[in-house]
Design a protein around this ligand. Structure first.
Ligand SMILES: [Zn+2]
Length: 509
């Protein structure tokens, strides 16, 4: 190990905490708004900073506090000096007028009562008494109520800055009395740049690929990025290579899930199982692992339905392009199906003694599912459009559990829901149907559009005879279903009202 640790060491996150509005990374609109508020003397009495950890909420709160109280200036200033007594004490976090409270460890009503009785006194040396309450959502209901009274009629010299990672847990009564700022996750490019700057300052020789990978792993959190860099430096000294970073930090769970989904798309059950093994091996509780996986599939689904750029997908910035591409490999129904399977898995692993086997079984189920296309494309391939099983579609289609896709020659599992109610056929041609009204037999490719939710048993009028059975087997659609799906005819319903009544079949298991 070289000399890195010989110097008196302060963790990078503290050493490089931003001290001015200019230094804050990735929160442009918020710094601009706050700066303007200060310059125009329109500073609100309460702010709520929300966003994931390590995106600069506390740093911003301290900078705002310094800006309001800097002693080098006549009044609040957008450019605090960072050298006066007040600025220095605020930066250290022990100023007498700027009180930082960690709500996670001071949740009670007593803590807030103390704050209230204290707030009535004027600040000791600066302009404002500023309360920075971190993780404010942790306060008890009583504490929130006590706080509310002060927020409703705050003394002129009091300002509140709340920070939280979970804004939805902050009561609406509080929310409506503060200005809310949503801090964004920091883009990987911005993190990489900052890491490069820090490495230069620290005289560390770092490969760009290594920094990019750290930025990716930090997932939008500058603080996490700096902790990761700290870790690398403690191992690598002054030389940071991509090899060292990769050795220290194995693939993140979302990268592994992305790889796993690629294998599923390729119907590669073996590959999928191997990656699942690596991923589960990272030590997650199985149900939590399922939750992470579900969240990732959800992102893909949202990107598929709402477009790759949608804000509704919570995809980590560094992985977004890859996920966008993946989202196009499946149709929305496939993602619905995956989520259904994974949620079922999540519930069952919690109560099962053989959770790992269930995980593997579900992986195989998903890999297999993508081999089989929808009934639609299946029938299209019967129709001669493509060869069955030859990668008809990489898009497994969501299906209710009662109607799983099956392999050729597999046991019969086609259920009634897969077949249209026969008596609807003549009168209601379906989307894409080749036949007009009165055409008794649909083309196979038109079949799926007519799929009804109502079980065909509801329309069964009488017992099946040998003649019915024979006629049913002659029906092209039924033949196709039997050939490809391995179903069997169990009920036949004769539709006497049709002009040219065919024998039609319901397939059931
Ligand atoms: Zn100052």
């Amino acid at each position: 190990m070289d000399g890195y640790w010989r110097m008196s060491y302060m963790v990078l996150a503290r050493k490089f905490r931003s001290q001015t509005f200019d230094e804050v990374i990735g929160q442009g609109p918020i710094t601009t708004t706050l700066r303007h508020a200060i310059e125009q003397d329109r500073v609100h009495h309460g702010y709520l900073f929300t966003g994931t950890r390590g995106v600069g909420k506390t740093s911003m709160a301290r900078i705002l506090a310094k800006a309001l109280n800097c002693l080098s200036s006549e009044g609040p200033t957008a450019t605090p000096c960072n050298t006066c007594e007040s600025c220095v004490a605020v930066a250290r976090g022990d100023d007498i007028d700027v009180v930082e409270i960690d709500a996670a460890s001071n949740t009670g009503v007593d803590n807030i009562r103390e704050l209230r009785s204290n707030a009535v006194y004027r600040p000791a040396r600066a302009r404002f008494k500023i309360y920075i309450i971190d993780e404010v959502h942790m306060l008890s209901t009583g504490a929130f109520n006590a706080l509310l009274k002060t927020l409703e009629e705050p003394p002129d010299h009091v300002k509140f800055i709340f920070a939280t990672t979970e804004a939805q847990k902050v009561p609406a009564t509080i929310m409506s009395r503060v200005q809310r700022f949503d801090f964004k996750s920091i883009l990987p490019g911005e993190i990489t740049e900052q890491l490069a700057m820090i490495c230069r300052e620290e005289k560390v020789d770092a490969e760009e690929a290594a920094l990019k990978r750290l930025a990716r792993l930090a997932n939008g959190s500058m603080r996490d990025a700096l902790s990761l860099l700290d870790q690398v430096l403690s191992m690598a000294g002054k030389k940071v290579s991509a090899d060292i970073v990769n050795e220290l930090f194995p693939a993140a769970h979302d990268e592994l899930f992305a790889a796993l989904i690629d294998k599923l798309a390729a119907s590669d059950a073996r590959g999928a199982l191997e990656i699942a093994d690596q991923s589960v091996g990272q030590g997650y509780a199985l149900d939590y692992w399922c939750t992470l996986f579900i969240n990732q599939v959800r992102d893909l689904m949202m990107m598929r339905v709402c477009g790759a750029e949608t804000d509704l997908a919570d995809a980590p910035a560094g992985l977004r392009d890859r996920l966008a591409e993946q989202s196009r490999q499946f149709d929305a129904g496939a993602f619905v199906y995956m989520i259904t399977v994974l949620e079922e898995l999540r519930r069952s692993v919690k109560s099962s003694g053989s959770g790992r086997a269930l995980v593997d079984a579900a992986i195989i189920r998903l890999a297999e599912a993508s081999k089989f296309s929808s009934i639609e494309s299946l029938l299209q391939c019967v129709d001669g459009a493509a060869a069955p099983g030859g990668g008809v579609s990489r898009r497994p289609v969501a299906a209710p559990k009662s109607a799983p896709r099956v392999k050729k020659n597999a046991p019969p599992v086609v259920t009634a829901e897969d077949e249209a109610r026969p008596d609807e056929r003549p009168s209601r041609p379906t989307r894409g149907s080749a036949g007009g009204p009165g055409t008794p037999v649909r083309t196979p490719s038109a079949a799926p559009a007519a799929v009804q939710q109502e079980p065909v048993s509801a329309s069964i009028g009488r017992r099946m005879t040998q003649a019915d059975l024979k006629a049913a087997h002659a029906e092209p659609l039924v033949k196709a279903a039997i050939d490809v799906l391995g179903g069997q005819v169990v009920h036949v319903h004769r539709d006497d009202s049709a002009a040219k009544p065919p024998e039609t079949a319901a397939i059931d298991d």
